[in-house]
Write a protein that binds this ligand. Structure first.
Ligand SMILES: [Zn+2]
Length: 453
């Protein structure tokens, strides 16, 4: 009896180690293929240099749709198609002007926030009142705020290890600041850029108006000039002049771009991998999120080149309109529900093309534990951080209709240096880091495909 038990144990263990070595060999081949092929990097170069900024509704966004659709067709994926989605169409129409006026004029670097209304044609000039929080604004009230430009100047908290935590701690100023200021009669608002770095570039991003309050123009100011402004307004009789032009047109038809490798055993069960194709208009959208798009395409390209026959359908989705509406992500989840699709997992890369660290998993503990059990297969590639956490904006709406939502997590330290600013260019992406990210996602998808949930 004892010997049978030992033989059984040995055979279970050896089956386990055969599976492990089969998996580790295949994962090694994924990394070899991705690291020795330039497609992922060159596709990003094309997206950044030949197309460029891709804000929803823009001509460039449509060019990006056509380019990535054609690219996936050329790769010979089993199915490539477009999913129609109506997107908002906000446009920046000039370069914004900001001037501190107190006898002389000091130019400051500003840009309109996405979704803002324009200033009057001649601009707007008013005294500035600086606040660090909505609570501080509330305490000042209409008597101190009415007729002024509210300056939200709460900086990133540098004590956080994860930079996204600092972003979360500051971004409500950008998103809701205008309406919070308008509530007390402010005529405009200006927000310190969402970055640790002291640089001269304003970082744009989405803002939303609360229908209960008047719409006022909203701008971002570079971190360097936020400090200048904060100093200068200590002198009485100092005003700020702002002028910028932007508008919102009718919603426009656009698309999520989708490609699939069909499952050979359970084709009706889907693993989604994606990033967002739209980008802010001030730069090339290289890290945010051209990187996530080309990495997601690379997942399918490399598996196909390796002649891998997935058990489940692996689907790349390039979402439209993450930046200023999330309409692509919402549409994808809506269609998935309507068509009663079964989703095993959805993985998003939307945190930059930097060195991989791991994955955050938004799922029941059993699925988190299952993914963590693959740690020894992923650790050789620097993927040490596999933990429960948030995933990605575009895949978020799938929640409730998917077993695991997974966010690919690269190193976050440099992300906000470039995020939503003129710095987000192809040159800031390192080829090896980008490829390592693509291969990391491919490895995880391979394991999910092999062992399911
Ligand atoms: Zn993004």
């Amino acid at each position: 009896m004892k010997s049978i038990f030992i033989i059984l144990s040995i055979s279970i263990l050896s089956n386990f180690s055969i599976a492990q070595s089969k998996d580790s060999l295949f994962i090694r081949s994924i990394f070899t293929e991705t690291l020795t092929n330039d497609d992922c990097y060159e596709n990003l170069r094309y997206l950044c240099k030949q197309i460029g900024p891709r804000l929803s509704g823009s001509e460039n966004a449509e060019k990006a749709v056509k380019y990535t659709e054609l690219l996936m067709k050329e790769y010979g994926f089993d199915k490539v198609y477009l999913q129609e989605v109506k997107v908002p169409h906000w446009r920046r129409l000039n370069k914004a002007t900001g001037e501190i006026r107190s006898g002389n004029k000091t130019s400051i670097s500003v840009c309109a926030l996405g979704g803002s209304i324009a200033t009057p044609k001649k601009g707007i000039q008013a005294e500035v009142i600086e606040v660090k929080s909505f609570a501080e604004l509330d305490s000042l009230g209409s008597s101190k705020v009415s007729g002024k430009i509210v300056f939200f100047n709460r900086a990133f908290d540098a004590s956080h290890i994860e930079t996204f935590a600092a972003y979360s701690g500051a971004v409500n100023q950008r998103g809701r600041g205008a309406s919070m200021a308008a509530k007390y009669g402010a005529v405009a608002c200006i927000v310190r850029s969402m970055s640790y770095t002291k640089d001269p570039y304003p970082h744009t991003g989405a803002m939303r108006y609360d229908a209960a309050f008047k719409k006022i123009p909203a701008a971002a100011v570079s971190t360097i000039d936020a400090d200048v402004l904060s100093q200068k307004i200590k002198n009485p009789n100092t005003t700020l002049f702002l002028q910028f032009d932007c508008d919102t047109l009718e919603d426009k038809i656009s698309y999520n771009v989708i490609g699939e490798l069909k499952g050979s055993v359970n084709p009706e069960e889907i693993i989604t991998v994606g990033g967002h194709l739209d980008s802010w208009d001030l730069a090339e959208g290289a890290h945010d999120d051209g990187a996530g798009c080309v990495q997601s395409i690379e997942v399918l390209r490399s598996l196909k080149v390796l002649k891998y026959k997935p058990k489940h359908t692996i689907r790349v989705v390039l979402f439209m309109n993450e930046e200023n509406g999330l309409r692509g992500g919402l549409k994808y989840a809506e269609v998935a529900k309507q068509q009663k699709e079964v989703h095993l997992a959805a993985i998003e890369s939307d945190a930059g093309g930097f060195t991989p660290r791991g994955f955050d998993i938004d799922a029941d503990d059993q699925y988190v534990k299952k993914i963590q059990s693959w740690q020894n297969l992923l650790a050789p590639y620097g993927l040490y951080e596999i933990s429960k956490g948030g995933s990605g904006a575009d895949i978020g709406p799938l929640k409730g209709n998917v077993k695991a939502l997974i966010g690919f997590r690269p190193d976050s330290q440099r992300y906000f240096d470039i995020h939503h600013s003129a710095n987000d260019t192809f040159e800031t992406v390192n080829k090896r880091e980008l490829q390592m990210g693509a291969a990391s996602m491919t490895a995880l998808i391979y394991l999910i495909d092999q062992y399911g949930f």
